[in-house]
Ligand binder design. Structure first.
Ligand SMILES: [Ca+2]
Length: 193
């Protein structure tokens, strides 16, 4: 084998290696679409121009069942548009680890307004537990979000719309209720952007 052929083969191998590294690097960069999530107690100025996503179904890891039919605590109560009704988890303890999942037609989610706790009246808000921190699983990403304990809508704003057909909130820490251990979410409103 002549020297020039050996040089050609070695050069080709080196070129292939460099191309593989470069191509791999570019691919990795393209896949890393990083979305940020922030929580605000101020209504986003663009909210009025966004469409509310219709939630087709909701499910939860547990539900607190009362014998009184007036109190339906099903996960659907967190998306019924009524602030006085809420999803209430039904396990022992204060609800840490329990989760609620919302399903809807695939769209770009930009904002989620969270009315946390039991909003049936002022006493029940204090009497029941409110989520303090939750993990939001949306698309391929998850975010740990923290809320103040004010009985106002808390807005989770995503830096870019996330294309998805579902999202899940898992309760982590809670603000303890004065009278009950049940953790409640009154309303979750999902906005497309
Ligand atoms: Ca409700």
């Amino acid at each position: 084998m002549s020297g020039s052929i050996v040089k050609f083969i070695v050069g080709s191998i080196l070129l292939a290696a460099v191309c593989t590294v470069l191509y791999g690097g570019i691919q990795t960069g393209e896949e890393a679409i990083v979305v940020q999530a922030s929580v605000s107690d101020e209504e986003p100025s663009s909210l009025g121009s966004m469409n509310v996503i219709t939630v087709s179904s909701a499910s939860a890891t547990s539900v607190l069942h009362y014998n009184d039919s007036e109190y339906n605590n099903a996960p659907e109560m967190a998306v019924d548009g009524d602030e006085s009704t809420s999803w209430q988890e039904g396990v022992e303890g204060q609800g840490s680890g329990e989760s609620i999942t919302l399903n809807f037609e695939k769209t770009g989610v930009k904002v989620i307004a969270c009315r946390l706790g039991n909003w049936r009246d002022d006493w029940l808000y204090i009497a029941n537990c409110r989520p303090k921190t939750m993990t939001l699983q949306i698309g391929s990403q998850s975010f740990d979000v923290e809320f103040t304990d004010a009985q106002i809508p808390h807005y989770i704003v995503l830096s870019d719309a996330v294309e998805t057909d579902s999202l899940t909130f898992t309760v982590n820490e809670i603000y303890a209720g004065e009278d009950y251990n049940d953790c409640c979410i009154s309303e979750l409103t999902v906005y497309a952007g």
